[in-house]
Design a protein. Structure first.
Lengths: 517, 357
């Protein structure tokens, strides 16, 4: 007996497999394929996805750039990149061989219509030979000034499908910086939406691809014990540290125009703040999560006009040593102005003006050439309401601290006081620790692996939305303008220290101190 | 600081927990302090000394990836009456030169003393942590009081169906899954994962998906010894049952399979070989229009290769996964929930077993 079977939308054979979500095969075009990002991050991440069986058989990657490569030369260069940078090494020959069959290269200038036409022809050919069905992802791994030209050409050549029409998807991935200030961010967004709809645009902030950053949502909203305490009633203050031990390296020209505030605070750090501060979303869906994040950004208190230094400190590293190695001053770095006033360190005291967080200070600091590389969030709880043990000697009660280590040595620890065994009442702080490496063993996937896969699957939860980007700039712009107008410039700090002394004063005048991460 | 790795410390059965605490005391200070960690209680049940050694070694390796409190039991009612125990630690280096250690407890019981094992084991389980029971050797009769008491706290029962000698063993595991809170887990099912992934990849392209409704014949070839033991055919059975379960075929009591396009012919073949006994060698899936998909193991390249005749589908390559017992157990323990697909597959496998018995 036979029955009429309904059409099958999802592949039922994927149920229960580790690779439960595998996207439909598409053509991923990387504009700027000869660049560092492609070699260090994108292709190694795509290869690792293939290695783990997370790419569909026909997935196709087309590099587009100026140098005159053949497909084979491009494959060879990408193989070297995977040998050096892939998470899953050594490269598996059989997996690579199959992966490389889907790697192609088209030479062209970003503004060259003929190049885009050649690309379009290649895309159509891949639809025929590799079953990519007209599905497109354009990764703009290029400086922002090329965005308008590329998107305009893609639109003109009808290489972008409107999601309102039923048809294969087209998506665009944009790398930070998402502008230099509010005006330029708005212009970039305007350009993007002349060709794409907002839901087709995936703005990558690689911090959101990190397991530990995603775990912030799980920690807060999958556990019943934290949420009741996650508010002004129980939390005294929050600290966020993004420290790097390296200097600007070869990125002098970029850093001269960005500084640490544009490079770290406007994006990575505000993403962390919004994840710590957000209300529970109505669903774990892209817009529901991003709606709540943007509400936090909208509630950030404006910097006090004319009194910005009361809540902010900027610094710049000078000669010193980091981890025993001599480190030169920022102004002596290659391609850096010897009189530069660009900040390589910033510390801020900010507030989220809403019911949950009213008057709870968030102390943020980010810097280069600090003693170590670490990203760490610490939630400092209020002390016990009545000091029951303070009359006893040997008792120093310390506030509880929940510390979330984003990188490296990812994990979570909770500090609390405990009685020291013995006949007298002595207390000592102890920590309960959870470490990813200890509990889960396996190395987590690279942020780009997760983000590329999510783009292919069409889930934008882990990407910045237009209003998030613009709200962040709208809040930060006045501070950056006041700094630009200030002739004094940043306070210098020796490389290998935790920043300028003014940063310590910023927090110490509130009777608190920076946590040593 | 004393080194806690390696040496077994003989302890009194009534003071195992206390002895473990003493083992850890003094490990907390110093830069090279060890971290004691556990995500699971894993209890291995054996009845011979060879199996005991094998279980301890296997779980020792597994604890490097999934930290666990390991309890290895050797129970032999025919042996001389005795009850002894010893403890040790399995330590592994993780990033930053830190040592993470898991505890291992060994209990040997003979004669009527085996009845003391269930209460001793229950008292040694770390609270609020899941319990996996790995049964090595003949399957237990779940109605025996001894077995009932042992499996009572188990969240998972791990078996290896490659050792099953009849379909009744499959039925027993299926029944435990249906009638108790213990989720069945089969290492043979874990071995099958790469075949499931490779087969799934064939049906990932949207045009291929509807072909699931057009399957007319499934041929599975597996490696076989000269003994033709039932366990050798279980991997093939589980594979075929999985396809049927996921596509929505109906299987009657005699193992006859009906799909959307009519009856489906299942062919199980055995190929004599000296290695990988019971493992699938080749799968062919034929469709209504005469086209055929195949998945074959390319042993040299360490992959499974999937192809479809007369389709634009690009060849799919699936990396084969490590198959050592400790690696299979690790993959099993990394799954926090019971495997709902396996629960669905087992009753079908029992029916299809009539076609290979």
């Amino acid at each position: 007996m036979s029955v009429i079977a309904p059409a099958i939308d999802a592949n039922p054979l994927r149920e229960g497999l580790e690779q439960e979500r595998v996207p439909d095969a598409s053509c991923l075009v990387i504009f700027g394929a000869s660049g560092d990002l492609t070699q260090r991050k994108l292709i190694p991440a795509l290869y690792s996805l293939a290695h783990d069986g997370l790419l569909p058989p026909g997935q196709t990657i087309i590099g587009y750039a100026r140098p005159d490569y053949t497909d084979d030369a491009f494959r060879m260069a990408m193989r070297e990149a995977c040998d050096k940078f892939a998470r899953t090494r050594p490269v598996d020959e059989a997996v690579w061989e199959n992966f490389a069959k889907g790697l192609f290269y088209v030479r062209g200038e970003f503004s060259e219509p003929d190049g885009i036409l050649r690309l379009n022809a290649k895309l159509k050919e891949c639809d025929e030979t590799r079953g990519t069905g007209g599905r497109r992802i354009y990764y703009l791994a290029v400086p922002p000034q090329f965005f308008p030209t590329i998107t305009e050409l893609l639109g003109r050549e009808k290489m972008v499908n409107d999601p309102e029409q039923r048809g294969p998807f087209t998506r665009a991935i944009i790398e930070k910086p998402f502008g230099h200030d509010l005006a330029s961010a708005r212009e970039l967004n305007r350009v993007a939406v002349t060709t794409f709809r907002e839901r087709q645009v995936f703005r990558i902030d690689h911090y959101l691809g990190k397991e530990t950053v995603q775990n912030l949502l799980v920690l807060r909203f999958a556990n019943g014990i934290f949420e009741p305490f996650w508010n002004r009633q129980y939390i005294d203050h929050v600290q966020v540290t993004v420290a790097e031990s390296i200097g600007v390296e070869k990125r002098g020209p970029y850093f001269e125009t960005s500084g640490i505030s544009r490079d770290i605070i406007q994006n990575h750090m505000l993403q962390l703040v919004s994840l710590i501060g957000m209300e529970p979303p109505v669903a774990f869906e892209a817009d529901a999560v991003r709606d709540e994040k943007v509400k936090v950004l909208r509630a950030l208190r404006e910097f006090p006009r004319g009194h910005e230094t009361d809540v902010s400190v900027r610094g710049q590293y000078t000669d010193g040593s980091v981890l025993g190695d001599k480190a030169i001053a920022y102004r002596k770095e290659v391609n850096v102005n010897p009189n530069s006033n660009v900040e390589t360190y910033a510390a801020l005291k900010i507030f989220i003006d809403n019911w949950r967080w009213a008057d709870v200070p968030f102390y943020l600091r980010a810097g280069k050439r600090l003693p170590k590389r670490v990203t760490d969030i610490s939630i400092h709880f209020r002390p016990a309401p009545y000091p029951l043990f303070n009359k006893l000697t040997h008792v120093t009660m310390q506030p509880n601290v929940l510390a979330i280590r984003i990188q490296p040595d990812e994990g979570i620890s909770l500090k609390f006081d405990s009685k020291v065994p013995g006949p007298t009442v002595r207390t000592s702080p102890v920590t309960m620790e959870f470490r990813y490496a200890t509990s889960f063993g396996a190395e987590p996937p690279e942020a780009y692996e997760r983000l590329l896969l999510e783009t292919m699957l069409g889930d934008s939860t882990l990407f910045a939305r237009r209003d998030e980007v613009e709200t962040a700039w709208a809040w930060l712009d006045p501070l950056l303008n006041s700094w630009a107008a200030d002739p004094i410039g940043p306070e210098l700090y020796p490389s290998g220290t935790w920043g300028p002394e003014a940063a310590d004063r910023l927090i110490e005048r509130d009777g608190r101190k920076w946590r040593r991460p | 600081m004393t080194d806690i790795t390696g040496a077994d410390v003989r302890v009194d059965v009534n003071a195992i927990e206390k002895s473990l605490s003493e083992l850890w005391r003094g490990q907390q200070d110093g830069e090279d302090a060890v971290t004691r960690a556990a995500l699971w209680n894993v209890v291995a049940h054996t009845s011979t000394s060879e199996a005991h050694v094998l279980a301890a070694e296997t779980l020792g390796r597994a604890s490097g990836v999934v930290p666990q409190r390991t309890i290895v039991i050797r129970a032999n009612p025919a042996a001389e009456a005795e009850l002894t125990s010893w403890i040790s630690a399995n330590c592994h280096l993780v990033g930053g030169g830190k040592q993470v250690c898991s505890e291992e407890i060994n209990i040997v019981a003979g004669g009527d003393r085996i009845h003391r094992i269930p209460p001793v084991v229950n008292a040694l389980l770390i609270p609020d942590m899941p319990v996996a029971f790995w049964w090595i050797g003949d399957l237990p009769n779940e109605h025996e009081e001894y077995v009932e008491l042992l499996l009572g706290p188990a969240d998972r029962l791990i078996v290896d169906s490659v050792h099953f000698d009849s379909p009744a063993d499959l039925a027993l595991v299926s029944r435990i899954g249906e009638q108790t809170a213990t989720a069945p887990a089969d290492l043979n099912w874990v071995r099958l994962e790469e075949w499931r992934a490779a087969t799934a990849s064939i049906f990932d392209p949207p045009p291929m998906r509807n072909r699931l409704n057009a399957i007319r014949r499934i041929r599975v070839i597996s490696g076989s010894s000269n003994h033709e033991f039932f366990g050798e055919s279980v991997e093939s059975l589980l594979f075929a049952s999985w396809l049927s379960a996921q596509v929505g075929h109906t299987v009657d009591a005699n193992g006859k399979v009906e799909g959307a396009a009519g009856s489906i012919d299942y062919v199980f073949e055995r190929r004599h070989q000296s290695t990988d006994i019971g493992g699938i060698v080749l799968v062919e899936i034929s469709f209504e229009d005469g086209a055929c998909a195949s998945i074959a193991r390319d042993r040299e390249r360490g992959v499974l290769v999937a192809n479809v005749d007369g389709s634009v589908m690009v060849q799919s390559v699936t990396r084969t996964l490590a198959q050592r017992t400790d690696q299979l157990i690790v993959r099993q323990l990394k799954r926090i929930d019971g495997d709902r697909v396996l629960r669905r597959v087992l009753p079908i496998a029992i029916k299809l077993a009539k076609r290979v018995a």
